[in-house]
Structure formats: structure tokens, C-alpha cells
Write a protein that binds this ligand. Structure first.
Ligand SMILES: [Mg+2]
Length: 282
């Protein structure tokens, strides 16, 4: 956890705010001039409908401090050979275990209701994402400085197993034993299938991970049920694949993912957002 001292320091302005009116006015005038003359130079930072350019540096978290906070949140543990893992006692671990437990409680209730009914035609299922939903990328992300690189990802997946996300293995294995089909649905590419399957099995996911249960993004040969083909956004790819599961007679009781793009687009009765402060995928 960040120390109280650190938190206190962050909450205080780092520059004196008690500037004279005249001094503030001068700064404001300079800023306007910079905006008027610097549009071409600073165009990328201008306000848009989705985001606005920070007016001062104080609106921007310091990137090194954010990395420290991430390490604290995951309860960073360094091994003698320099690998970094999340602690099972970390706040991250507590949070994701809580979400997995909530999902299991809701699914138990769903399944009890299902058993009360007679003649229902739908097969219960859940959909889970892979990175930072069932497998934890923390060590990899830290190694690459939180700056994604597909070649480094290939190398990591080929050579290294990621840990299971706390609580998720228990949820997934319980669901499978309870008659709920588990679909893994990931933005990882089809060519990363074997490495991903090996990893899931090695860390204890016991549910089927063959081609009928594990869906990766195949941009070379997109499946016919995806109308957007190789040009799907993440939301189109994921919601379109869930729609495909429904068309096969599955009722998706729960959809779990660490990105909002995993969860948007419908075709699931409930969604569960897992935490991920390391990256954002639209
Ligand atoms: Mg993910």
C-alpha cells in the first residue's frame, strides 16, 4: 500500500496556489497565446468529445508514481531471478476473489432456479476472457514497461506460464463441474492457441479448452458468424461470438472480463468487470 506520507503529498498542490491575481492573469494569458499559436504543434492534445486535454500537469498522474501504485496494489513479489508476481494477500487478490465469489453465488442461484423449471431448452454457460480475467499478465506487463509489443507477447507466451487470476480457477472449475459450459473468449490470436491452452492447463484450469470451448481471434480466417470479418472491433468480435454461442442453444448467465470492451454489446445476462489498472483496450 502507498504510505500515508505519499498519499498526503499527492493530495497537496506541488506549486503555491496563493498567487496574486495579476500573476494568475499573466499565466492565463500566456496559456491562451500558446493554444492559439500552437494548435498545429499540440493538436493531438486538444479536447475531443471523449477526452479533454489537461489544463495543468496536476491533472495528470505521474507515470512513475502510477507504476509504484500498481506494484503496491498487486502486492509485488520479486523472485531471486527477477520475475515479479502478485501476492495472494494483495488488495488485487482480495478484490478479484470477491468478484469471482459474487459470480459463483449468482450462478448457484441461477442454477437452482433452472432446476425448478421443467422442460427448459437452454444450456447454461459462462464466458470468460483470458488476459487478466483467467490468467494474470502482471509479470509480463511489468517486464515490457506496460507498453504492449506483439513480438514480446509471443515470446513470453511461448516460454512462460502466467499465474491464474485469484479466485477465477475455483469459479471456472466449479462451473464446469456444476453443468455450466465455460467458454474462453480472448483477443489473443489463433496462432497463440497452443501456448494459451498449455498455460491454462498447467495452472489448473480443468475445464475443456479445445476448439469448441476456447475462442481466439482469427483474423486470417474469421468465422462466418462474424459479419465484420477481419475488421471487427473488440466489442463486435466478442459480442458477435457470444451471439453465436446463443445460436447454439446456450444461455449465457455470466460474462466476465477485465475490459469494458469484453462486456459491452449484450448477449449475456450479467457482466462482471475485473480490475485492471495496467492498460485499456477499446
Ligand atoms: Mg483481458
Amino acid at each position: 500500500m502507498p504510505s500515508t506520507e505519499d498519499s498526503g503529498a499527492r493530495s497537496k498542490p506541488s506549486l503555491p496556489w496563493a498567487l496574486s491575481r495579476g500573476r494568475r492573469a499573466t499565466i492565463a494569458a500566456l496559456t491562451v497565446t500558446a493554444v492559439l499559436t500552437g494548435t498545429a504543434l499540440f493538436g493531438a492534445g486538444q479536447a475531443t468529445a471523449e477526452r479533454s486535454a489537461p489544463g495543468t500537469d496536476r491533472e495528470i498522474p505521474n507515470i512513475d508514481k502510477v507504476k509504484e501504485q500498481i506494484a503496491d496494489y498487486y502486492g509485488d513479489v520479486e523472485t531471486p531471478d527477477g520475475e515479479h508476481y502478485a501476492s495472494p494477500k494483495s488488495d488485487y487478490a482480495k478484490q478479484v476473489r470477491g468478484i469471482a465469489a459474487d459470480a459463483q453465488r449468482d450462478l448457484k442461484r441461477d442454477m437452482a432456479k433452472e432446476h425448478e423449471k421443467t422442460g427448459h431448452g437452454h444450456k447454461p454457460a459462462i464466458v470468460v476472457d483470458v488476459d487478466d480475467t483467467t490468467l494474470l499478465t502482471y509479470n509480463f506487463e511489468r517486464q515490457i514497461g506496460y507498453n504492449f509489443d506483439p513480438k514480446l507477447q509471443d515470446e513470453y507466451l511461448r516460454t512462460t506460464d502466467m499465474d491464474a487470476v485469484f479466485g477465477m480457477k475455483k469459479l471456472v472449475n466449479w462451473a464446469d463441474k456444476s453443468g455450466i459450459t465455460v467458454f474462453f473468449l480472448t483477443g489473443r490470436s489463433e496462432k497463440q492457441r497452443d501456448w494459451s491452452v498449455r498455460n491454462l492447463k498447467n495452472v489448473g484450469y480443468k475445464t475443456p479448452v479445445g476448439t469448441k470451448h476456447f475462442f481466439l481471434k482469427d483474423e486470417e480466417h474469421p468465422p462466418p458468424y462474424l459479419e465484420c470479418g477481419a475488421d471487427c472491433t473488440t466489442v463486435q468480435y466478442k459480442s458477435g461470438t457470444r451471439k453465436h454461442f446463443e445460436s447454439m442453444g446456450f444461455r449465457i448467465l455470466a460474462n466476465l472480463g477485465d475490459q469494458y470492451s469484453d462486456l459491452k454489446g449484450g448477449h449475456a445476462e450479467r457482466t462482471y468487470k475485473l480490475p485492471n489498472p495496467m492498460y485499456f483496450l477499446p
